[in-house]
Design a protein around this ligand. Structure first.
Ligand SMILES: NC(=O)c1ccc[n+]([C@@H]2O[C@H](COP(=O)([O-])OP(=O)(O)OC[C@H]3O[C@@H](n4cnc5c(N)ncnc54)[C@H](OP(=O)(O)O)[C@@H]3O)[C@@H](O)[C@H]2O)c1
Length: 254
């Protein structure tokens, strides 16, 4: 029977690439995000490539919306074996002393409480599959802080804490917990969301970096971890572009 994978934040970037890749690996993908039009395009594209996916409009900050996602999973055509908690992002690059409480609130709601809400809703289905996998897309910001990144690094540290705690709590039950921590990934929208649509600021993040990671690189990591034999738990996978030795050490050609 086809296994079902749920990917949150599937309407763009890493989530969309992960949905495409998991469909190519043979999963029936439930692609979840708020923008229905983007999800519809993705599902059509996956079907044209010979895969199977269903769009589920979902706001991970809403209990009702996440409950509807769990309902969709219950009527999916197979056991739910994989959840990829990918929805998230950053807002602002302000110092702690002047950061917007609203931006911090948004980052905590989407990255942290979104992961909590979706994981709680899908855990029974993952466990009853007998071989469940939860992937949490945190970040290198989940273990390193940087100036201006207080709100985002706090949220990503919290996601990392969820992954570690959950792995301890689920020990002995058939659900593994995998944390993926990407460094710099050049996606279309991450920087635009961070800088409120300012294209110049968004582009500056990647200026002079010959080959930042792309969404497909992270999707490859998710797929590799999720397709290991189920007794193999990749606790944490840190992945950066070659040009980025650390948050503060990026090789730029200009
Ligand atoms: N790009 C990087 O350098 C990088 C590095 C490390 C980690 N990450 C992490 O990787 C993940 C994906 O990042 P990305 O670069 O692919 O960014 P992105 O293109 O901006 O994707 C973010 C996704 O999250 C979804 N989302 C936002 N709010 C949501 C909500 N309330 N409910 C449901 N979905 C929501 C968005 O869809 P809708 O707007 O349609 O809802 C979108 O599909 C994030 O968790 C990010 O923190 C990114």
């Amino acid at each position: 029977m086809t296994s079902v994978a749920i990917v949150t934040g599937a309407s763009s970037g890493i989530g969309a690439a992960t949905a495409r890749r998991l469909a190519a690996e043979g999963f029936h993908v439930l692609a979840a995000a708020r923008r229905a039009d983007r999800l519809a395009e993705l599902v059509t594209e996956i079907a044209a490539a010979g895969g199977a996916a269903t769009a589920v409009t979902c706001d991970v900050t809403s209990d009702e919306s996440v409950a509807a996602l769990a309902d969709a999973a219950a009527s999916a055509p197979g056991p739910v074996t994989l959840l990829v908690n990918n929805a998230g992002g950053a807002r602002g690059l302000d110092p702690v002393e002047s950061g917007s409480v609203g931006d911090w609130q948004w980052m905590y709601d989407v990255n942290v409480l979104g992961t909590l809400r979706v994981t709680q809703a899908l855990l029974p289905a993952l466990e009853s599959s007998g071989a469940g996998t939860i992937v949490i897309v945190s970040s290198t910001a989940g273990f390193t802080v940087y100036e201006g990144g207080g709100g985002y690094t706090a949220a990503k540290h919290a996601q990392t804490a969820i992954a570690g705690t959950l792995r301890l709590e689920l020990c002995g039950r058939p659900v593994r917990v995998i944390e993926i921590d990407p460094g710099m990934v050049k996606t279309d929208e991450f920087g635009l969301v961070r800088f409120a649509g300012d294209e110049a600021k968004a582009a500056a993040t990647y200026a002079g970096v010959a080959e930042p990671l792309v969404a497909e690189d992270v999707a490859d990591c998710v797929a590799w971890c999720a397709t290991r034999p189920h007794h193999v738990n990749v606790d944490r996978l840190v992945v950066r572009p070659l040009a980025q030795a650390a948050q503060h050490k990026v090789h730029r050609t200009s």
